[in-house]
Design a binder for this molecule. Structure first.
Ligand SMILES: NC(=O)c1ccc[n+]([C@@H]2O[C@H](COP(=O)([O-])OP(=O)(O)OC[C@H]3O[C@@H](n4cnc5c(N)ncnc54)[C@H](O)[C@@H]3O)[C@@H](O)[C@H]2O)c1
Length: 335
């Protein structure tokens, strides 16, 4: 008798900043991965193209689109766990193209929920974001903090979250929602502030155009966020299913202080100018985010393992490698 092949784990958004190290971590944990890469005319597999061949040997890459129900059903069929990370994520672009955010982040999530419901998939991890809380009313932010969506991006992510909750309530769909706070590290796009600063400095610039320097954020190193995904994806169902979990460090830093810290770590004297294109409309700016992750710690034992200084040092090392830096457009505003 031949052994039944192990069911794969399905990942959406697998070619992205967080998705690609999640694929690596799943393979390192002994899993086969079916990885959805958004269909595109360049046959680009995004960051998956840079993974070691041993990882790719365990990864089945499927071109598709979460907006297309058939594409999602094909991805999920036979999988025992789905990690749903695919999303449009940039806040500035959500001001310009809100319909595409609803189609991807709301309808796309609905398509994943429907597939999991009808195929009887044992576990779905849905990805939320700390942006759904808006400016903190109380700190640290627990999962009971009110939702206040200050951008079309945040609203579309909260829409996906509400659908996930409703599918658990209505159909007992075994979904768990992970709500990461700001994440940074190698492979992040220059739409976010940390790669913007580090890549520009690595490219030799010393004068930086940035948005508002006052807001604070709770920054997690990407490996810690990936560990949080694995924690909620593998914990016993009775501990996690039907629940939402914050993931963050419990430390906040203003963007201004962060830029100073990066300058110090890169041994660079920086001049910062405010670029009005990068400043969000006042009521849309989230001024403060600070995470309480005690629910996640209690349910799974997860805890962040990287201090900000250590994570930044690893990120700087990544961007200082000319082969990595060459993948970025350091001379334009990346929306
Ligand atoms: N980076 C952060 O700080 C952060 C914080 C909280 C939550 N998140 C969430 O984590 C997830 C991953 O974000 P990321 O930072 O890795 O961004 P990313 O842009 O690198 O990853 C998102 C991926 O989704 C894919 N995608 C977009 N539209 C798609 C579609 N229609 N069909 C299939 N795939 C599609 C993109 O190609 C991309 O690879 C997102 O759900 C995001 O909302 C990110």
């Amino acid at each position: 008798m031949t052994a039944t092949p192990q069911a794969p784990v399905a990942v959406t958004g697998a070619e992205g900043f967080i998705g690609s190290p999640l694929v690596e971590a799943l393979v390192a944990a002994g899993r086969r991965v079916r990885a959805m890469v958004q269909y595109n005319s360049f046959s680009s597999f995004g960051w998956l193209e840079t993974l070691p061949k041993e990882v790719l040997a365990e990864t089945e890459i499927v071109l598709g689109d979460v907006r297309d129900p058939g594409s999602v059903t094909g991805l999920v069929t036979g999988a025992d766990t789905v990690y749903h990370l695919a999303a449009l994520i940039a806040i500035p672009y959500s001001y310009r193209a809100p319909h595409s955010y609803v189609e991807t982040n709301v309808t796309g999530t609905l398509n994943v929920l429907e597939a999991v419901r009808h195929l009887g998939t044992p576990r779905l991890v849905h990805t939320s974001t700390s942006e759904t809380y808006g400016t903190a009313l109380t700190v640290p932010i627990t999962e009971d903090h009110p939702i206040n969506t200050q951008s079309p991006y945040a609203a579309s992510k909260a829409g996906g979250d509400r659908l996930a909750d409703s599918y658990h309530a209505s159909f007992e769909t075994p979904v768990v929602t992970l709500r990461p706070f700001n994440t940074y590290g190698p492979r992040q796009s220059m739409r976010a502030v940390i790669p913007t600063v580090i890549a520009r400095v690595a490219a030799g610039e010393r004068s930086l155009d940035l948005g508002d320097l006052r807001p604070t954020r709770d920054f997690s190193y990407v490996k810690d966020t990936v560990a949080a995904f694995l924690a909620v994806g593998t914990a016993p169902a009775e501990h996690v299913v039907g629940r939402t979990f914050n993931a963050g460090t419990g430390r906040e830093i203003s963007i201004g202080d962060l830029v100073t810290l990066i300058g110090k770590l890169m041994d660079a004297e920086l001049e910062v100018r405010e670029d009005t294109r990068r400043v969000r409309p006042a009521a849309s700016e989230v001024m403060r985010l600070l995470c309480d992750a005690s629910r996640l710690r209690a349910a799974t034992g997860w805890a962040p393992a990287h201090h900000l200084e250590e994570g930044l040092a690893r990120t700087i090392e990544f961007f200082r490698d000319p082969a990595n830096l060459a993948r970025y457009k350091t001379d334009i505003y990346n929306v």
